[in-house]
Write a protein that binds this ligand. Structure first.
Ligand code: IPM
Ligand code: MN
Length: 370
């Protein structure tokens, strides 16, 4: 076999291992059909291991994971562990140390999936959010003074570097150029199309209040766009208005680029308009390194082991993984298989209401992808 890839699988907490098992099943089927090899290595990082050993990630983990072509992650979050420990100790640590500086989150309504947005369908709800993934308030700069007293002060800094902003912006412009099905009408007027514009990137920020960091973003956006991406239309939304337009006119968006904190928030809204966390996937991407793909929902502990959780988000994360390592045809085949299953089979995206169990949904997609 000429092409072969090593994938690390961190099932994680709660329903994480159940959904990654289905993603692995589907990826194996697609790999067989498309003539490449996949090997999977399981890692037990998560809440159980933390409770047993007292460490979220062993120090060897990062260097070991660097040896893989990609990582598939289920979910992190355990009811017995104080919030923040596993998130920071596993998820954020891997994002930072592997320099996965892009968080790519498609907001795509699959056929047959119900959206709470009246009058909108798959043609209108189909865009991607490029979330910067290593800076902003996530960088951990800040502290307390007079903690626990009436004079307490807490500061948490939104830090951005020109380098960090620039690489996120370039990724977004390149992504807009490369979207495989060009949608020249997306957010573009007839005049824009006549003028030769082929795609659109919307910068989401808050330039009216965050006049330092989003000023940096806005200047870099226009400088880079003007110089290197004249074929891509540039648009700007304040983040609060963007939340309004997600609901009212999702068809205006093609590619969105934004900071880490705003990106975190608007992609949960995005997940809802595409039918819920059961189907929303994302990738933590280092274009020159090891990337990590995950369903964007949590560990859903109350559904653990019941065979009711929806594995489609993890399966879509698996498709993104294959796309990123260069197996485009296999990735597209999985997406098409998911679309067929959502259109013809599943009653709902919600856990316990799909009309099938977790493993059966995996089987339905795997059959169609093989
Ligand atoms: C996400 C999550 C994480 C984030 C948490 C768990 C640290 O909400 O991936 O969107 O804020 O990035
Ligand atoms: Mn989030």
């Amino acid at each position: 076999m000429s092409r072969s890839y090593d994938v690390a699988v961190i099932g994680g907490d709660g329903t994480g291992p159940e959904v990654t098992a289905e993603a692995v099943k589907v990826m194996r089927a697609a790999a067989k059909k498309h003539g490449f090899g996949l090997t999977f290595a399981a890692f037990d990082f998560g809440g159980e291991r933390y409770l047993r050993t007292g460490e979220a990630l062993p120090d060897s983990a990062v260097s070991e994971l660097r040896g893989f072509d990609a990582i598939l992650l289920g979910a992190i979050g355990h009811p017995g562990v104080k919030p923040g420990i596993l998130e920071k100790g596993i998820l954020l640590r891997l994002r930072f140390e592997l320099d996965q500086y892009i968080n790519l989150r498609p907001v795509k309504l699959f056929p047959g999936v119900e959206t709470p947005i009246k009058g909108k369908g798959p043609a209108e709800i189909d865009f991607v959010v490029v979330r910067e993934n290593t800076e902003d308030m996530y960088c951990g700069m800040g502290g307390f003074s007079h903690r626990g007293t009436p004079d307490e002060v807490a500061v948490q800094t939104a830090m951005y570097t020109r380098m960090g902003v620039e690489r996120a912006l370039r990724y977004a412009f390149e992504y807009a150029r490369a979207r495989r099905q060009p949608r020249p009408w997306k957010g573009l007027s007839a005049d824009d199309v006549k003028a030769g514009l082929k795609g659109q990137v919307t910068l989401v920020g808050k330039t009216n209040v965050l006049t330092y960091v989003y000023d940096l973003w806005e200047r870099a956006f226009h400088e880079i766009g003007r110089a290197d991406y004249p074929d891509i239309k540039r648009d700007y939304n304040h983040v609060d208005a963007c939340c309004m337009w997600f609901v009212k006119n999702p068809e205006w968006y093609d590619v969105i680029v934004t900071g880490n904190m705003f990106g975190d928030i608007i992609t949960d809204l995005g997940a809802m308009i595409q039918g819920g966390l059961g189907i929303a996937a994302g990738g933590n991407i280092n274009p020159a390194g090891v990337s990590m793909f995950e369903p964007i929902g949590g560990s859903a502990p109350k559904y653990t082991g019941k065979n009711v959780i929806n594995p489609l988000a993890a399966i879509c994360a698996g498709a993104m993984l294959l796309d990123t390592i260069g197996e485009r045809a296999a990735a597209a085949a999985i997406e098409a298989a998911v679309a067929d299953v959502t259109a013809r089979k599943l009653k709902s995206m919600a856990a316990g209401r799909m009309g099938y169990g977790t493993a059966e949904v995996g089987d339905l997609v795997a059959e169609r992808a093989s």
